[in-house]
Design a binder for this molecule. Structure first.
Ligand code: GMT
Length: 376
């Protein structure tokens, strides 16, 4: 099929998921067109099946805020017409679902009927979308999409609770290409460069926004470090990084905590990890946790949002109440205390990712595209 994908091109989970989906669809022979303001960070190749169309904005002194939705919907119309696209799959409702609705109306006037699939990712519903500033337009554009999907049961329930949704929402879990995390295929995982042989490695990856509670990450690690020789890798960039660095200094952990910035080499970094810390305030799914599990890493997380659908209590890791850093530290120590316990959690984590494999999830999206296109 000929599919347009609209997403944020950044390190955020929705952009990563959209990019992985587009690349997988192109691998299967579909023609995929990314439409966004920058080349998505994980889009590492362009082939005749994979295209990128940049949305450019015009500066004008009158605009305090540049009208991105307008530029995006115009670009969608242009690309759909030029490449005869059948489906526009928009990731993250704000403002993509609204811009897609506008594009669809403009195309209708030209006798073209493109189908719009909207995937809800989390904060577009929980933190931002339901705010009175955006709620009316978000609700309207969800209800006017041809197909709506959510990345977990929890997100579907929350969407139905917060909005007046007249459309059926299909749950399609985020997926992982397990081949990219096959450690046997990796030339080397130079663990020794980061930690001594007797040390455990804990990892956190996020956008360091308040919802990720990075200070909890440091405080949990502080407690673990007091009991178990260990190092913490902090990957990502964002507003709370400064606070996290300050806390590391205050707790005298500077020799044990490394801030590595944003990375496109997530599988390589995760190959070092024993335990992944995700004490988020909320997480509709927790793609970073799934990536960690694929790299054989046990998960210590909160029990909020969709996390219990990904991290299985006592099997792939443990889940605690929001803010309960003592419980999270205690659980991490119980996993890390001996090699055989750690190995069994790591293996369970890896095994559980089969449920979210590319092979299982990709056909679900393909069927959705086909059925909504045929329902014309
Ligand atoms: O805040 C983030 O983590 C980024 C955000 C995004 O939309 O890019 O992530 C959301 O979508 C991810 C992919 O579906 C989910 O795995 C994350 O759980 C979700 N974040 C939240 O719900 C906070």
């Amino acid at each position: 099929m000929r599919i347009g994908i609209v997403c944020y091109p950044t390190f955020g989970g929705s952009g990563v998921m959209a990019t992985e989906l587009g690349m997988a669809l192109a691998d299967k022979g579909h023609e995929v067109h990314f439409i966004t303001y920058n080349q998505p960070v994980r889009l590492d190749f362009l082939s005749h099946k994979l295209h990128f169309h940049q949305v450019l904005l015009e500066e004008y002194p009158l605009f305090q805020y540049q009208p991105y939705e307008l530029a995006l919907s115009s670009k969608m119309v242009e690309v759909v017409r030029k490449f005869n696209l059948e489906v526009l799959h928009v990731h993250y409702a704000i403002p993509h679902a609204y811009a897609a609705y506008m594009a669809k109306q403009m195309l209708k006037e030209k006798g073209l009927d493109v189908r719009v699939v909207t995937t809800l990712h989390g904060t577009d519903i929980t933190l931002v979308g339901s705010h009175p500033t955006y709620k009316t337009a978000v609700e309207f554009s969800i209800n006017n999409s041809d197909v709506v999907t959510a990345v977990s049961n929890s997100l579907r329930e929350t969407t139905n609770k917060l909005f007046n949704i007249t459309k059926k929402i299909d749950v399609v879990y985020n997926f992982i290409d397990t081949n990219k995390y096959n450690q046997d295929n990796q030339e080397e995982c130079k663990r020794v460069a980061l930690a001594a042989p007797n040390e455990r490695i804990l990892t956190h990856i996020s956008n360091f926004r308040p919802v990720k509670r990075v200070e909890d990450v440091i405080r949990i690690f502080d407690k673990v470090h007091k009991e178990i020789p260990s190092k913490l890798l902090m990957i990502g960039e964002g507003p709370d990084k400064i606070k996290a660095k300050q806390l590391v200094k205050d707790l005298k952990l500077s020799d044990a905590v490394f801030f590595l910035g944003n990375s496109t080499e997530v599988p390589k970094i995760l190959c070092y990890s024993d335990v992944f810390l995700l004490p988020s305030q909320t997480e509709s799914f927790g793609l970073a946790a799934l990536e960690a599990m694929a790299a054989k890493t046990a998960i210590i997380s909160t029990n909020t949002g969709g996390l219990p659908e990904v991290n299985i209590q006592g099997k792939t890791g443990f889940l605690s109440n929001l803010g309960d850093i003592n419980d999270m530290a205690k659980n991490a120590i119980s996993i890390l205390k001996d090699d055989s316990t750690l190995q069994s959690f790591k293996q369970n984590a890896k095994d559980h990712t089969r449920k979210f494999s590319l092979e299982n999830i990709l056909p679900v999206y393909e069927d959705l595209y086909k059925s909504c296109y045929l329902a014309k």
